[in-house]
Design a protein around this ligand. Structure first.
Ligand SMILES: C[S@@+](CC[C@H](N)C(=O)[O-])C[C@H]1O[C@@H](n2cnc3c(N)ncnc32)[C@H](O)[C@@H]1O
Length: 435
């Protein structure tokens, strides 16, 4: 089939395909005319009629228009907005099938990028996932506050999102009446362990956003902090600069019995319950002794660092976001710990400037994984154990491949903690040990 004919299909032709796998972003994978096709709204084992939406050199993209043979795991959607919201991927897929697909994806990546066949991968599920998110970002457009419609990129008002913080609908109703709503592009909502709420109003310009008339209603809903964040770069959700509009002292978080000050733009795992499971395993994997010196990379506000410092002799955390490092330093004091330091900068730039005297390492990078320079430096430091926490199986497995390449390390254990039910995201912990 020639290219142009395929292109013509984008204008309406429909074809049939059998789905054999799921992609990293939760789309069904099939074949059309010998080419891979990524199909929105289709699950493995299904036969679907598909409308081609994009023709690329090596693959096609499409949308299922009819399910001709249904997967036994397809269920009625648990969310009324699922078919047009760009948030979750698996609202009409059984929870067990979601978990199985995450394990399968990790196995495929381990084989493909690290040459590893791992049979037993334990997954820690979260059956009761209602309102699991402690942080959501809502778009603001034409007086509406909500999520983005994946069909036309407009903003729609969600009816009953299952995963956002419980008070979100009531907060939206109040925030919609802000007189400066047309200067706000995005609203962040964070909920802490006590149910206190933080509102982050993101504007392009610095002019103060008026909140006076809405403040009493917001406080009545549990809002303890309101920030204005200034961001003119549409590539990022939040900009670097935030101003306090309301709130006394820092916003507090708690995890694994440690207390944290949390700045509006600092990273904090969105699923607190499962983060505790994740961090416990990540720390336990290092089998810490009171004489151990731990190098922790991508340390954020120190959520894991405090747990490490309680068992080890010394911890050095390296983190890019200076706000997070400031929080981390305060958090060490708040938790009565003086055996840890934090340095602000890119791990790939800072590692050459710090001591190599570490016998254990924990890293928890963002989706891009670790820079090659960072992995080389870890190999040079040669810790006995490396605990790697990752939110992207492909970059994790690429990095594992680099760490085990020369044969001095092996991957001993790989586990998944389901941090993101209803979505295709996979959070993994790997233990890498010296041979
Ligand atoms: C997945 S978060 C983990 C944070 C922390 N471990 C936690 O669980 O709260 C990744 C962190 O890496 C930081 N980061 C991103 N790129 C970095 C880099 N090149 N060097 C150091 N830190 C970086 C981000 O600011 C973020 O805080």
């Amino acid at each position: 089939m020639s290219y142009n004919k395929q292109k013509a299909r984008e204008n309406g032709d429909k074809m049939k395909t059998r789905i054999t796998d799921l992609s990293h972003d939760g789309r069904g994978i099939g074949q059309v005319d010998g080419k891979i096709i990524f199909v929105q709204g289709a699950y493995p084992g299904e036969e679907v009629e598909v409308k081609i939406t994009k023709t690329k050199k090596n693959y096609l993209e499409g949308r299922a228009t009819e399910i001709l043979k249904k997967s036994a795991d397809r269920i009625e959607s648990v969310c009324p907005d699922f078919y047009h919201c760009n948030g979750c991927q698996y609202c009409d897929y059984t929870y067990q099938a979601q978990l199985d697909s995450k394990v399968a994806r990790l196995k495929t990546n381990l084989k493909k990028f690290a040459g590893l066949e791992v049979e037993d991968i334990k997954i820690h599920p979260m059956e009761n996932y209602k309102n699991y998110r402690n942080h959501v970002q809502l778009k603001v457009k034409d007086g509406k506050i909500g999520y983005v419609d994946k069909e036309n990129f407009s903003v729609f008002e969600a009816k009953a999102c299952l995963v956002w913080p419980e008070k979100t609908p009531e907060l939206i109703e109040v925030l919609k009446t802000l007189p400066d709503l047309d200067r706000i592009n995005l609203i962040g909502l964070r909920e802490n362990y006590k149910g206190d709420l933080m509102v982050i109003l993101v504007s392009k310009d610095e002019k103060k956003i008026k909140i006076e008339d809405q403040l009493a209603d917001l406080k009545a809903l549990g809002v303890s902090h309101i920030y204005q964040n200034i961001n003119s770069n549409p590539r990022f959700h939040y900009g670097r600069k935030s101003k306090v509009l309301y709130g006394d002292g820092p916003f507090k978080e708690e995890i694994l019995k440690n207390t944290f000050n949390l700045s509006p733009t600092s990273f904090f795992q969105v699923n607190r319950t499962q983060a505790e499971v994740l961090y416990k395993i990540g720390i336990e994997n290092l089998d810490l002794k009171s004489t151990d010196k731990v190098l922790e990379l991508y340390s954020g506000i120190g959520t894991i660092s405090m747990g490490l410092a309680k068992e080890a002799a010394y911890v050095l955390g390296i983190e890019y976001n200076p706000e997070a490092v400031k929080d981390a330093k305060t958090n060490a004091k708040l938790n009565g710990l003086d055996n840890l330091d934090f340095k602000s900068g890119r791990a790939e730039d800072l590692l050459d400037k710090v001591s190599s005297d570490f016998n254990k390492t924990l890293l928890d990078p963002a989706r891009a994984g670790a820079d090659k320079k960072v992995l080389e430096k870890i190999l040079e430091i040669a810790p006995e154990k490396i605990s790697y926490i990752s939110c992207d199986p492909a970059t994790l497995c690429r990095d594992l491949g680099i760490l085990i390449k020369d044969g001095s390390y092996k991957v001993d254990k790989v586990e998944i903690v389901d941090m993101f039910p209803l979505s295709s995201h996979v959070e993994t912990i790997a233990l890498i040990q010296k041979m």
